[in-house]
Ligand binder design. Structure first.
Ligand SMILES: *[C@@H]1O[C@H](CO)[C@@H](O)[C@H](O)[C@H]1NC(C)=O
Ligand SMILES: *[C@@H]1O[C@H](CO)[C@@H](O)[C@H](O)[C@H]1NC(C)=O
Ligand SMILES: *[C@@H]1O[C@H](CO)[C@@H](O)[C@H](O)[C@H]1NC(C)=O
Length: 418
């Protein structure tokens, strides 16, 4: 009796194992069918792009762009699953390894938008259930070169005594006149600080939606008067901030390539510029040339609630986020701009800009350095009026133009004893 029981238990186990084994096999085949790079590469849209870029490439070789290597750690951190972004990345990585980096990003602005809805629906089975703005993001994922509306090509002149130590590259919106003015009058004031390090400031803007009042004349007056506004013709929106970050890379490389440090941040933060500069000057050269410092979020995952501002659908991206510095304000070595721009050509746009920055740095093998003097989530309630606390910090999010002016005056007061 006992024997029979043991025997039937074994039969049961073996059959369960076999069932399990076959089901994984089956999963694997469906998985490779869904996630295979071949499907992506043979789909009509990408093919057209490929051909275009090839011809473009043979006419104007761009050796720099292809001299990229992507760090192993980054490759290991992005799962090869069926999610759309993951598939795009892995297909780009395979092409890079085969030395045929054929990117659709070099596409001209007028032709970069994916207008074929069917194609996106083939690649993303629940595309139509995505929020409208997210659908829009997917359609414009390969659009990286909007027309320039306002520029400051002479922002960073070369020559003795003109060396830019710190470039403030501040994300702003068209209507934020007051915020920009507060920044100009306080922490973003251009010029030479005592002892020589030179600070320069640019505000990075997109264009406003059609239904908004037309502020373009006011803005071009502002740009002429202050010489610090750069504007591109793309719609300002949360999901377009990655495009803005990419434009920061492009713009800096072209017009301010010798800046020692670049600050990327919002126009509603308070920055203690003298303290920040003291910190940068104190860095060892090896560290100063590979700096990525800010308020680091080290173990975040995509938010899967469609009501969330930072919602990421499961079929779009699968995997954890890399460690990244909060987008309210972080500091980068100017020397990293070129490598950042190069890896960003391989890595598909991700709809959250600071996560995207984290991905690019990880691909370069640069880890973010956490510094608690960057407070992108604000400080304790009881410290918010405390000037001594502010005098010791590098950055606080989020402050009104009036608060910024008051704090700035306060920390510079000769009467302040901390
Ligand atoms: C940047 O520095 C290089 C080498 O020092 C110099 O040749 C070049 O003119 C500088 N460019 C700008 C825009 O300052
Ligand atoms: C520094 O820049 C200013 C403004 O563009 C320019 O007039 C000056 O000649 C530059 N200095 C040197 C030494 O090139
Ligand atoms: C980003 O800008 C482009 C160009 O203006 C626009 O077509 C697209 O709708 C914008 N994306 C989002 C998500 O707003």
């Amino acid at each position: 009796m006992r024997r029979i029981q043991t025997f039937s238990a074994m039969v049961l186990l073996v059959s369960l194992f076999l069932i399990f084994f076959y089901s994984t096999l089956n999963l694997e085949t469906t998985y490779s069918r869904m996630a295979g790079p071949e499907e992506l590469l043979t789909h009509p849209g990408l093919h057209v792009h490929e051909r275009d870029v090839k011809t473009q490439h043979s006419n104007t070789p761009q050796p720099n762009a292809y001299n990229v290597s992507i760090c192993k750690d980054f490759r290991k951190s992005v799962p090869q699953n069926a999610a759309y972004w993951n598939r795009l990345l892995w297909s780009a990585l395979r092409n890079l390894d085969k030395r045929e980096t054929l990117l659709s990003h070099d596409l001209d602005w007028s032709r970069c938008r994916e207008t074929n809805q069917e194609l996106l629906q083939t690649n993303v089975h629940d595309f139509t259930s995505y929020p409208v703005l997210f659908q829009d993001f997917l359609q414009a994922m390969n659009c990286r070169t909007p027309p320039v509306l306002l520029n400051q090509p002479n922002k960073c002149p070369s020559g003795e005594g003109n060396q830019t130590f710190l470039l403030f590259a501040i994300k702003s919106n068209l209507g934020n006149f007051e915020q920009r003015q507060a920044v100009r009058e306080t922490w973003g004031r251009e010029g030479k600080l005592k002892g020589g390090p030179r600070v320069r400031t640019v505000f990075l803007l997109g264009s406003s939606p059609l239904d908004d009042p037309d502020l373009s004349q006011l803005l071009s007056f502002e740009a002429r008067h202050f010489g610090d506004v750069v504007q591109w013709d793309f719609h300002e929106s949360l999901l377009n901030l990655t495009l803005k970050l990419n434009l920061l890379f492009q713009w800096t490389l072209k017009y301010c390539p010798n800046a020692s440090f670049v600050f990327s941040g919002d126009d509603d933060v308070f920055v203690n510029t003298p303290r920040l500069i003291g910190y940068m000057q104190s860095l060892e050269p090896s560290k100063a040339s590979r700096l990525y410092v800010g308020h680091v979020i080290s173990t975040a995952n995509p938010l899967r609630d469609p009501r969330s501002k930072y919602y990421i659908p499961l079929s779009f991206y699968g995997g954890p986020y890399p460690a990244y510095a909060g987008g309210g304000g972080f500091l980068i070595s100017g020397a990293l701009m070129r490598p950042l721009h190069s890896v960003s050509r391989i890595i598909p746009f991700f709809p959250i800009d600071d996560v995207y920055a984290g991905m690019c740095f990880k691909a370069l093998g640069v880890s973010p350095e956490a510094n608690e003097r960057f407070q992108t989530f604000d400080i304790k309630e009881q410290d918010r009026e405390n000037l001594c606390v502010h005098k010791d910090l590098f950055l606080i999010h989020q402050r009104s133009p009036q608060q910024i002016k008051k704090l700035w005056k306060g920390i510079h007061s000769p009467l302040l004893t901390c």
